[in-house]
Ligand binder design. Structure first.
Ligand code: HEM
Length: 505
């Protein structure tokens, strides 16, 4: 009996200690006079992080709408047990990302990777802070400069021809219906493999199964994005546990694969002395100039692959989907494209980047389905944020700040009927004006703005132009599509079949 009572006492003590540990911080925001929802044990104030029943974008949108009405500029939330900030006022978002960036240099993704175990993922600027971030970003961005992207346009045009041949051949086999997400993945992996390594991914070859490039890119993206959920679960554990037990972010298999691809690509480029202004050429020059290691090169290449393969494909697939559902917008865009073709039936790079309605269609896609629906920053230097009625709150280094980009992009006071696809919202260069007010920033903002924006836009724009100048794109069914509740990159669930009817019979 005595032993039983002893066990019961120990058990109660352990459970009591766990309870105190999990709820210890729950009066953090009350003590500082910051409003916010009541946290629940384990779930905090954003339950979808644990329950996975809803996308984070929607959970933050509910909070945004509720607290916007009460005039808060920011509120206090709890990710599991951790107190963090959710920005409500778009101008405060700009302050954090742009004007007061020196105090918010880190981003939450820095916490995703295991620096002891991994070399390749730790080279991605997205997953770094401070001086290391600055150096990595400047190394990667040198290879993505506007001139280099312009010089890489012929690569995209070659792959566009393959895209048309693939759609023609494939649509004959399948009554014109093609699953558009996988089509766009095939297209972007061809561009990225060619631009980054000079390798033909052969993914748009109708007769052959795709080679390893597409399979490995999917593995890298799927395995890494799956780990993001685990990161939030680890938030429940004491930091020492996280450090000791956290696993890898990129799988070892893809690290090994890309290490070999990089080695072969460099050897072949040096052997053949090919003069090509692509990312590989840039990395070879960088190695000569800065003596960067082979693993540095692998890391930079994997950054462009991870950040530039799925993102651009998703934007392109969503835009084609919206245009299939909005024939008036599709016809208007096709007219713009046809009016700008040169005598070879192509659009020059300088014209492509300036096509106003194409830009508006992509902006509207990114507004409706903002790929990275939440931007985060970590406070790197003590500062204050002013809340409503001038209430100043001290923010200490380490505090995570969430910026609900998707909520800003879908606010009916700024975008009437926000669920409708209306590219005309961005008429007369309005995107810039909206950006200045903190209402529109699909590529992020400030010194941490997307490093591959020009490349991503080129991939999506060139692909959409190629499809619309050759095909009428139509809905293949009447299913209502929903945003995937569990995805990190916001995207529509399941397969999206569209019909492609050739314009030249
Ligand atoms: C059209 C597709 C794309 C979209 C919508 C997109 C969007 C974004 C967003 C929202 C961020 C976070 C910015 C912030 O926190 O302020 C980001 C970061 C980043 N993106 Fe993209 N991106 C796209 C394509 C690409 C491509 C093609 C690359 C190729 C290299 C790339 C590389 C990066 C990198 C390296 C970062 C981290 C920047 C930093 O932390 O300094 N992205 N992107």
């Amino acid at each position: 009996m005595a032993i039983f009572i002893l066990i019961l006492c120990c058990l109660s003590a352990v459970l009591g200690a766990i309870y105190i540990y999990l709820s210890w911080n729950f009066n953090f925001w009350k003590k500082r006079g910051v409003a916010g929802p009541e946290p629940k044990l384990i779930l905090g104030t954003i339950p979808c992080i644990i329950k996975k029943n809803r996308n984070l974008a929607f959970e933050l949108q509910d909070l945004y709408e509720k607290y916007k009405k009460t005039g808060e500029r920011f509120i206090g939330v709890f990710m599991t047990r951790n107190p963090q900030i959710l920005v409500i006022d778009p101008l405060l978002a700009r302050e954090v990302m742009v004007t007061n960036f020196k105090c918010f240099r880190g981003n939450e993704q820095t916490l995703w990777v295991n620096r002891k175990l991994e070399e390749v993922s730790t080279m991605n600027p997205f997953m770094n802070s401070g001086s290391i971030w600055k150096e990595l970003r400047s190394d990667v961005i040198g290879g993505l400069s506007p001139q280099r992207i312009k010089q890489a346009y012929p690569i995209a045009l070659e792959i566009c021809k393959k895209l048309t041949n693939y759609v023609k051949a494939h649509s004959q086999k399948s009554d014109g219906k093609i699953e558009v997400k996988s089509l766009c993945y095939k297209y972007t992996i061809e561009i990225i493999s060619d631009f980054v390594w000079g390798v033909n991914a052969d993914a748009l070859n109708i007769d052959e199964p795709p080679n390893q490039m597409l399979k490995m890119a999917r593995k890298l993206v799927d395995d890494s994005f799956m780990k993001i959920g685990l990161h939030y679960l680890w938030g429940l554990a004491p930091p020492i546990f996280r450090t000791l037990f956290a696993g890898r972010f990129y799988p070892i298999e893809t690290d090994n694969f890309y290490t070999k691809v990089q080695k072969d690509a460099v050897e072949m480029r040096l052997r053949n002395k090919t003069d090509r202004s692509d990312f590989l050429n840039y990395l070879i020059q960088l190695q000569e100039k800065k003596f960067i290691s082979h693993m540095n090169m692998v890391g930079h290449s994997a950054t462009v692959l991870l950040d530039g393969f799925e993102t651009a494909a998703t934007v392109m697939a969503h835009t084609l989907y919206f245009l299939a559902n909005n024939q008036t917008s599709q016809n208007k865009l096709r007219e713009e494209i046809m009016a700008n073709l040169d005598k070879n039936g192509c659009i020059s790079y300088d014209v492509l980047v300036e096509l106003p309605y194409l830009e508006q269609c992509i902006n509207e896609t990114l507004r409706l389905i903002t790929l990275i629906s939440v931007a985060t920053r970590i406070c790197s230097e003590e500062t204050t944020l002013e809340n409503r009625k001038g209430h100043k709150v001290k923010i200490e280094p380490g505090m995570v700040v969430h910026i609900p980009t998707y909520s800003f992009h879908n606010d009916p006071e700024v975008y009437p009927k926000p669920g409708d696809y209306t590219p005309e919202r961005f008429d007369n260069g309005r995107a810039k004006e909206l950006n200045q007010k903190g209402h529109f920033f699909p590529f992020g903002d400030g010194p941490r703005i997307c490093a591959g924006m020009k490349l991503g836009q080129l991939e999506a724009k060139a692909g959409i132009v190629e499809i619309l100048k050759n095909f009428y794109v139509k809905k293949a069914d009447n299913y209502e599509r929903f945003i995937d509740p569990a995805s990190f990159l916001l995207g529509l669930c399941g397969d999206i079949f569209l019909e492609f009817e050739s314009i030249q019979k």
